[in-house]
Design a protein around this ligand. Sequence first.
Ligand code: HEM
Length: 316
Amino acid sequence: MDKSSLDPDLIEQLKKLQQKYAVMGQDLSSYLDGLLYADYLTYWDYIHLDTLLSLQNPKTQFPDEKVFIGYHQITELYFNLILWEIEQIATKENIDEKFFGARLTRMVRYFELLESSFIVMVDGMEKDQFLKFRMSLLPASGFQSAQYRLIEICSTDIINLVHVEFREAMMEYSDIEQQVEHLYWRSGATELASGKKTLTLQQFEEKYGKSFKQTGMKYRDCNIRKIYLQHFPDSPDVIKSLREFDQLANVLWPLAHLKSAARYLHRDPENIKATGGTNWQKYLPPRFQRIMFFPELWSDHEKEEWGKAGVMKALQ
Ligand code: HEM
C-alpha cells in the first residue's frame, strides 16, 4: 500500500462519522479540527480526583474525623449507584427478567459491600475522639441521608414504610399524602407526648420533604415491588434476589450500623444522646422498625423473627 494513502478501514470510519454529523447538520471537518487541538484525557481529570479529594473537611482537629467523613461519603456514593440501578429498572420499557435480575444483583452486591465494610466505623475510630468531634456536628445525623430515604421510597409502596403501629390501620387508605404523615422515620424523630419534631427532622423536611412526596407519587406504579408483582411474581430467581435485597437493606445493614451506635453511644449506666435526637436504642433496631420492602415474600414466622440476623441467614 502506498504510504501516503489512507487505510480503507479508516476511510470507512470517516464516512460513518461524516454521516453521523450530517444527520445533525454538523460539519465533520470542524469537529476533526477540535480533535486536533484537544488535550489527551487523563485519569485524574476524568474522575475529578482533585475535586473528590477536596471534599473531606473535618470540623475539628481530631484525626479520626476524617475517617468518619470519608466513610459517609463512600456510603453515599454506593447509595447513588443503587439509586441509579433502580432508575434504570423503573424507566425500562418492556422490561424482561434478565435485565431486572442483573440490576437487582448489582443492588444486592452494593449493599453487601456496605454491610461488610461497616467495620470501618465500628472499629476504625478511637471512641474518645469520636465522642468529642461528634459534639461539633450537632444536630446533623446520618438520619438526614436523603439518598437512603429515596432508596426506601423507590423500592416499595409507601404503606410499607409507615410506622409499624399505624401500618395495618392505614392499609385501607390509598392516599399517599396520609401515609407520608406516618413514615416510620418521622415518628422516630418526633416526641410522642408533645408531637414536637427534633431539629434534625425539621431541617431535613424543610430541605427534602416536597421532593420525597413527589418521588413517592412518581414511583407509585414503578417502584421495585410494583415491577416485581406486575412482571415476575413467580420467578424464583427474582424472588431470591428480592429477599436478599430486603434483608440487606432492612436487617443486615441496619444491624451493622446499630453496632456502631452501640459501640460509641452506649455507656453504662446511661446512654449518650444521639446527635439527631432520637431515642436510638428504641428507634434503630430493625426488630422494632419492622420495615420490609416485600412483605409478601416472608412467611409469618420470618416476619416474627425480623431483625434477628442469625435467624434470617439460617432461613435462606
Ligand atoms: C460511628 C458511626 C455512626 C454512629 C454512632 C451513628 C449513629 C446513628 C444514630 C444514633 C442514628 C439515629 C438518628 C439520630 O438520632 O441521630 C443514626 C441514624 C442513621 N444513620 Fe448513623 N451512625 C453512624 C454512622 C453512619 C454512617 C457511616 C452512615 C452512612 C450514611 C449512617 C447513616 C444513617 C442513617 C441512614 C440513619 C437513619 C436510619 C433509620 O432511619 O433507620 N450512619 N445513626
